[in-house]
Design a protein around this ligand. Structure first.
Ligand code: TRP
Length: 350
């Protein structure tokens, strides 16, 4: 692991370490899965991965201290349920590693306020606030700290986070040029599913909009949600021809349904020979089947609550060891080294 500390500059092709984080909004939903988790599971096979429940980011928006603990745990269970493997990857909760906030503070020194104010997410979220919390502005600095703390070479991110990653690269560059090369400039790994529309066919899938399904939902609940999904608005009667290319249900089929069934579904839709309800029924069954193993893993974890704690404690311990190494170097380069000056005759008073 320590040979990785040699990594500097662009991170080098050899730097296969990955960091990614997700806010603790509770059980993951289809959008989280298609946009991130599915890809994380694949990446862990040939990369050294750190996957983090970023609870300290959650306080920059509306949140309830009473609900946060369960949301953190539920997201962690979702991570494990979809197949993130604690033997292969470091899975942990951000607030268990205090170095995240320490590094974030130190990175404040090289981050221009102007750059923070230019972030789209900040502009959107702060637009209608009469009093903007500083944390909302500084959010991307904490995100940069998350990534740089592990000197990760790459970060799987959705489109909406590319700007934050670019800022992370800039912060790394600035810090390196002022204090000496330490941080790789992390590359984005794209190739998540892109923008996933919710079941309403309008807005991005999100839990708060209620336009999605939890990945651990039981089959009746999956059907309950999927049957409300909006299809091609031009298709009014059962045997009207549909347009799969504009139908969000068809897009979801492509993600979840057996690829061999897709050509039939497509032609039956076009020909108006299969009704929308039938089509959604197939989708609900596909989703049900897709996550069956995840539901089993989750049930297993719920039956052994000590196990989830054990995994997160072990993850935090591994993360902390790595974080400590980075912070030793950061503190030294930034002059938090008064002990070395004791008795050196270099005190300011002489
Ligand atoms: N801001 C990210 C999001 O909302 C979450 C996040 C926090 C993150 N820290 C990160 C993602 C570090 C990637 C790397 O999706």
């Amino acid at each position: 692991m320590s040979e990785k500390s040699e990594q500097t500059g662009d991170g080098g092709a050899a730097n296969r370490r990955i960091f990614s984080g997700m806010q603790p909004s509770g059980e993951a939903h289809l959008g989280n899965y298609l946009g991130a988790l599915r890809q994380w599971v694949k990446l862990q096979d040939d990369h050294e991965c750190f996957f983090c429940v970023v609870d300290q980011h959650a306080i920059t928006g509306d949140f309830s201290p009473d609900e946060l603990p369960a949301r953190i745990l539920d997201l962690a269970v979702s991570f494990l349920a979809v197949g993130l493997d604690p033997e292969e990857s470091t899975i942990f909760v951000q607030s268990d590693v205090p170095e995240h906030t320490e590094l974030a503070w130190l990175l404040n020194a090289v981050t221009p306020v102007g750059n923070l104010e230019r972030m789209t997410q900040y502009k959107d979220k702060s637009a209608n606030m009469e009093s903007i919390p500083a944390g909302l502005l500084n959010y991307p600095i904490l995100q940069a700290a998350d990534i740089l703390l592990y000197r990760a070479g790459a970060v799987p991110v959705g489109e909406d986070q590319l700007q934050h990653l670019e800022l992370t690269r800039e912060i790394a560059r600035k810090w390196n040029s002022r204090f000496g090369d330490l941080f790789p400039e992390p590359q984005a790994i794209r190739g998540g599913a892109g923008r996933i529309l919710g079941l309403d066919g309008k807005a991005k899938m999100s839990k708060s909009l209620g336009n999605t399904v939890g990945i651990l939902a039981e089959p009746p609940e999956i059907w309950d949600r999927v049957r409300t999904a909006v299809t091609d608005p031009q298709r009014v009667r059962r045997d009207d021809p549909g347009r799969p290319e504009v139908c969000n249900v068809f897009t979801l089929h492509k993600h979840f349904t057996d690829p061999e069934l897709i050509p039939d579904i497509e032609s039956q839709c076009r020909g108006g020979t299969r009704g929308g309800v039938d089509c959604k029924r197939i989708l609900a069954d596909s989703i049900d089947e897709h996550f069956q193993e995840a539901r089993e893993r989750a049930a297993d974890l719920h039956a052994r609550p000590g196990r989830i704690q054990e995994i997160l404690e072990a993850g935090a311990q591994r993360a902390r060891a790595e974080a400590r190494e980075t912070m030793n170097q950061v503190r030294e380069r930034m002059g938090m080294t008064w002990r070395a000056a004791v008795g050196s005759g270099r005190s300011a008073a002489t």
